[in-house]
Design a protein around this ligand. Structure first.
Ligand code: ADP
Length: 480
C-alpha cells in the first residue's frame, strides 16, 4: 500500500512527546513490512543542518489561507527503502525556537501554522505523481485534512485517498476562536455542531472525527474510555456516534532505539541473561545525579511532561509520605513551572534521596530507564504511554494507574502471578499510589521474585512488527 502520513512532530527530526516516537516508528515499520510510506512534517529550526542529505524538491506551494495566499517550499529526505520524509519549508511559521510554544506560551498563530500545514498535506496528496491509497493524519494539528479532502471531493476531485485520523490524546483538540475557521476556506456548512464547531469555537480534532473515513486511537482501553463522559473531554457524543469506525491499536516500541544491548546512551549493556550491567547503570546514574551510589537502595524514576494528565499531584503526595523509608527518587521532566516548583521543593526536603532535572534530555531518559528499579506513571488518563513499555524492556518495573494503554501493556500480580510485569493501582489518590510503592518495596526485598518479574517484563514484546498489521487491516478494510 501507499500511505501518506502527516504529523506536526516526527522522531528523529522533532519531538515533544510520544506522538513523535509513534509516527517515526510506524512509518519505519510500514516500510519494513514492504509498503511505501511518506511522511509530511514541518521543517523546524535546525533540522536541515542535522540532516544534510535532504534535497530541495522542485515544488512550490501557493495556497489560499483565508483572504491571502501563502507560499512555501518543499524538501525531501529518503530515510530508508520505502520511506521518504517531506518537510514543509516556511521559515515564518516553523523556523522558531520552539515547536508549539516558547516560555510556556503557545504561539499566537498556531491555528494559522497548522491549518497551513494541513493544506500542504492535501495539496501533496492530490498533486504528487505518487498517489497515496490512504492519508493517515495524527492529532489536531493535521485533523482538518479529512474535511479538506472531503470538500475537494465534492468539488470534483475524483477518487481521493481514504482518510484515517489517529487520536493520540483527546485532551488536545486545537480549539480556536471562530475567526480561525475562515483560514480553512471551507464552506460555512462545515462549521456546525456535527462538524468543526464546538460551542461557537473552531475545534480541529472534532472536524477530524467527523470527516475521517475511520479513526484509530493508541490503545484498546482508551478507545473505549473516550466514548464515556469521564474521559471524552466533551467529544464523547460524536465519538459514540462514530464508534463503529473507531478502533484502538496499542502503539509499538521502536526497539532499535529503545534497547539495552546496543545503546550508545548506556554506561554498560545488559540483557535477560546478563543482568550485571543493570547494576552498573544504576550506580552510574546515582552518581551522575548526585545521590548516594548504593545498590541496595530501591531507586524509583519518572520521565514525563509535567502536565496535569501525568498525575503530578498524587505523585508529590505519595512521595512526601514514602520518602521517609529507604528509597530514592529521580525525575526528568519539563512543563508547568508550578509542578517544577513542587518537585524542586521535594528535592530540597530530601536532598540525599531525591534528584530532579528539568528540560529535555534524550540521553538521560535512556539512563533513567536503565538505572532505576521502578518507574512511576500514575497518570490521571493515558492514551497509550510509551515510557512504561520502555521500562519493561529495560527491566525497570512500572508502577502504573490502570487506565488507557497503561492497563493494556502492564500485567499485575493479581492478573497473572507467573507473568506479572508490573504493579497497578486503580484509585486516583496519593494513598493508592503510596500503597503501590509499598508493594514495590516488598518486591525489592525478595530478590528472586524481583528477578522473575524483571525477566517477564523484559520478555514482553511490543514491537511494531506485531502491531503494524493492525494498521494495514484498518487501512484496507476501513476498520477491523
Ligand atoms: P506523552 O506523549 O503523553 O508525553 P509518552 O509516555 O507516550 O507520553 O511519551 C513520552 C516520550 O517523551 C517518551 O519517549 C519519553 O522518554 C519522552 N520524554 C518526555 N519528557 C522528556 C524529557 N524531559 N526528556 C527526554 N525525554 C522525554
Amino acid at each position: 500500500m501507499k500511505i501518506l502520513l502527516a504529523s506536526s512532530e516526527v522522531f528523529p527530526f522533532s519531538k515533544t512527546g510520544g506522538l513523535a516516537d509513534m509516527v517515526g516508528a510506524l512509518a519505519r515499520a510500514l516500510a519494513k513490512a514492504g509498503h511505501e510510506a511518506r511522511v509530511v512534517t514541518p521543517l523546524y529550526r535546525g533540522i536541515r543542518e542535522k540532516f544534510p542529505a535532504m534535497r530541495r524538491v522542485d515544488w512550490h506551494f501557493d495556497l489560499p489561507l483565508g483572504l491571502k495566499y501563502v507560499q512555501a517550499e518543499l524538501w525531501e529526505l529518503d530515510l530508508e527503502r520505502g520511506l521518504k520524509i517531506y518537510f514543509i519549508d516556511h521559515p515564518g511559521y516553523y523556523d522558531r525556537a520552539g515547536i508549539y510554544l516558547e516560555n510556556n506560551l503557545s504561539y499566537a498563530d498556531n491555528a494559522e501554522r497548522y491549518i497551513f500545514l494541513s493544506k500542504c498535506v492535501v495539496h501533496l496528496a492530490r498533486y504528487l505523481p505518487w498517489r497515496a491509497d490512504v492519508v493517515h493524519v495524527h492529532d489536531w494539528q493535521v485533523a482538518l485534512v479529512p474535511a479538506l479532502i472531503a470538500q475537494q471531493k465534492s468539488e470534483g476531485w475524483g477518487n481521493p485517498p481514504r482518510t484515517c485520523l489517529t487520536i493520540h490524546n483527546l485532551a488536545y483538540q486545537g480549539v480556536f476562536p471562530e475567526d480561525a475557521f475562515m483560514l480553512t476556506n471551507l464552506p460555512d456548512s462545515i462549521f456546525n455542531t456535527e462538524g468543526a464547531e464546538f460551542f461557537g469555537l473552531l475545534n480541529c480534532l472534532k472536524a477530524g472525527i467527523a470527516y475521517a473515513d475511520f479513526i484509530t486511537t493508541v490503545s484498546p482501553r482508551y478507545a473505549r474510555e473516550i466514548t464515556t463522559e469521564e474521559f471524552g473531554c466533551g467529544l464523547d457524543g460524536i465519538l459514540r456516534r462514530r464508534q463503529k469506525d473507531l478502533v484502538g491499536i496499542l502503539n509499538g516500541v521502536d526497539y532499535s532505539e529503545w534497547n539495552t544491548t546496543k545503546n550508545p546512551h548506556l554506561v554498560k549493556p545488559y540483557s535477560i541473561g546478563r543482568m550485571a550491567g543493570k547494576k552498573t547503570n544504576k550506580l552510574a546514574l546515582q552518581k551522575e545525579l548526585g545521590l548516594p551510589a548504593d545498590e541496595s537502595t530501591p531507586l524509583f524514576g519518572t520521565i514525563s511532561r509535567l502536565a496535569e494528565q501525568k498525575g503530578v499531584d498524587i505523585q508529590l503526595g505519595a512521595l512526601a509520605e514514602m520518602l521517609n523509608t529507604n528509597m530514592q527518587f529521580m525525575l526528568l521532566g519539563s512543563g508547568s513551572p508550578e509542578y517544577e516548583r513542587g518537585y524542586r521543593d521535594l528535592s530540597r526536603h530530601f536532598p540525599r534521596k531525591v534528584a530532579v532535572r528539568f528540560g529535555y534530555n534524550e540521553t538521560l531518559a535512556h539512563r533513567i530507564e536503565a538505572g532505576c528499579d521502578f518507574f512511576l506513571m500514575p497518570s490521571r488518563f493515558e492514551p497509550c504511554g510509551l515510557n512504561q513499555m520502555y521500562s519493561l524492556r529495560y527491566g525497570t518495573i512500572p508502577i502504573v494507574r490502570a487506565v488507557g494503554g497503561l492497563d493494556d501493556s502492564v500485567v499485575d500480580w493479581t492478573e497473572n502471578a507467573q507473568l506479572a510485569t508490573g504493579i497497578k493501582f486503580d484509585e486516583y489518590s496519593s494513598r493508592s499510589l503510596a500503597k503501590a510503592i509499598r508493594k514495590a518495596l516488598v518486591l525489592f526485598n525478595q530478590p528472586k521474585l524481583f528477578l522473575v518479574c524483571r525477566r517477564s517484563a523484559m520478555r514482553a514484546d511490543f514491537s511494531w512488527d506485531r502491531t503494524v498489521h493492525e494498521y494495514i487491516n484498518a487501512y484496507q478494510s476501513g476498520i477491523q
